[in-house]
Design a protein around this ligand. Structure first.
Ligand SMILES: [Zn+2]
Length: 392
């Protein structure tokens, strides 16, 4: 029975303290699962320097390695997924972007097969039910209102593989759509919205449980016109995603959000696009073109002004390093926000913690929070994100 030991093993959250629970321990693995976690360093175990943390869970991303999750070829989708696995993301949702409803239905049907095969953990529909005023990197000509028919078509195509939808609840039919998705077991995220505090509160009462990239693509905070953010940060019924690339949010903003919401309500996400892991240049995001310069992705617009920031080129291991180096949180706390909290809020009950019965998904980090090794389902991954014998 393989066992791995380290001086710092993150096994969960110390509830009430807002801290990660970390101790010297040995993780015993059998097949694809953790069978026990024992305190102390077992002399027969493989000892690793630094930290053992649960494998990262990214619930918002669009691709990597030159491929987008909306690609019709599942092999291309898997190439992107493996890139993220090599960077510590052992569980992820494949996020779509706004496209024509017929195209989205076809994409969802394709991604559903990857969910059913256990390669990805769910589909996140980002659009097409988004606000024109906060469209971000979504094609405004394809944004639509969430009619029961449109919602029903997507649910029929994706079935239980649809894990999450981002929508603007203030749109006509928005609150009914929140209820329709919630009834189907889909987590509804408040996002790409013009809604203010009142809409945040009423949509949470209708079923919203999470927030898509808090601060980005919504009304910002003004002390006399606070918008939705103060409510979302402090309402314990919702979690909040933060894009921790140092570009979408300043480190001070991230620190304030973590202080306000607590590590068990913060979900670190990448919102990574196809350009992740690729050279600067021109890429496609849905129906829009994106230029990547110095790793920053922006929508191509007419004229000389820079376009809006599109998705990121971030990986979860970089996000954790940013949290530790720039925001000043502990490695254990960063790991909780990158794994335990997203797993818990999205009911991914087999991952997110190093505890008996869960899948043996883990990352080895050095004392500087840099990723050293990744195990998925009990097997160490290669630098290509594959296991031995698996064809990349
Ligand atoms: Zn996104």
């Amino acid at each position: 029975m393989p066992a791995i030991a380290a001086h710092h093993v993150v096994t969960g959250v110390d509830t009430g303290l807002g801290r990660a629970h970390a101790q010297a321990a040995t993780v015993h693995v059998e097949g694809d699962r953790i069978v026990s976690v024992t305190p102390g360093i077992d002399p027969d175990a493989e000892f690793v320097e630094g930290w053992l943390v649960p494998g990262f869970v990214d619930v918002h991303g669009h691709g990597a390695a030159g491929h987008s999750y909306s690609d019709p070829d599942p092999e291309n989708v898997l190439t992107a997924v493996r890139y993220h696995r090599a960077h510590g993301t052992t569980s992820l949702f494949t996020s779509t972007v706004t496209e024509h409803l017929d195209d989205l239905v076809a994409q969802v049907a394709g991604l559903r097969r990857l969910v059913e095969a256990g390669e990805v953990d769910g589909i996140h529909l980002e659009g097409p039910f988004l606000s024109q005023a906060h469209k971000g990197a979504h094609d405004e000509t394809l944004l639509i209102d969430p009619t029961p028919e449109a919602v029903g078509r997507l649910l029929a195509a994706g079935g239980e593989a649809i894990a999450m939808v981002t929508l603007a609840p203030e749109l006509p039919g928005g609150m009914d759509a929140v209820k329709q998705f919630t009834k189907a077991g889909v987590a509804v995220a408040f996002g790409h919205t013009d809604g203010l505090g009142d809409q945040a509160r009423t949509s949470i009462e209708a079923g919203v449980t999470t927030v898509t990239h808090l601060f980005n693509a919504m009304t910002g905070i003004h002390h006399r016109k606070p918008g939705p953010i103060p409510w979302l940060l402090t309402d314990e019924r919702v979690s909040v995603e933060l894009i921790c690339d140092g570009i979408h949010l300043h480190a001070d903003t991230v620190r304030m959000a973590i202080e306000a919401a607590g590590i068990d309500r913060v979900l670190v996400v990448t919102d990574a696009m196809a350009a992740t892991g690729q050279a600067d240049g021109r890429y496609v995001l849905g129906s829009l073109q994106v230029d990547v310069l110095d790793g920053v992705a922006r929508i191509v617009v007419a004229g000389d002004a820079p376009g809006p920031i599109a998705g990121s080129t971030l990986t979860m291991d970089q996000a954790v390093t940013f949290l530790v180096d720039e925001v000043g949180v502990g490695i254990g706390e960063a790991a909780v926000m990158a794994s335990t909290s997203p797993a818990r809020w999205h009911h991914l009950d087999e991952v997110g913690e190093l505890s008996p019965g869960r899948l043996a998904n883990l990352c080895v980090l050095d004392d500087g929070a840099h990723l050293r090794r990744v195990m998925r389902r009990g097997r160490w991954l290669t630098a290509a994100g594959t296991t031995e014998g698996e064809q990349p």
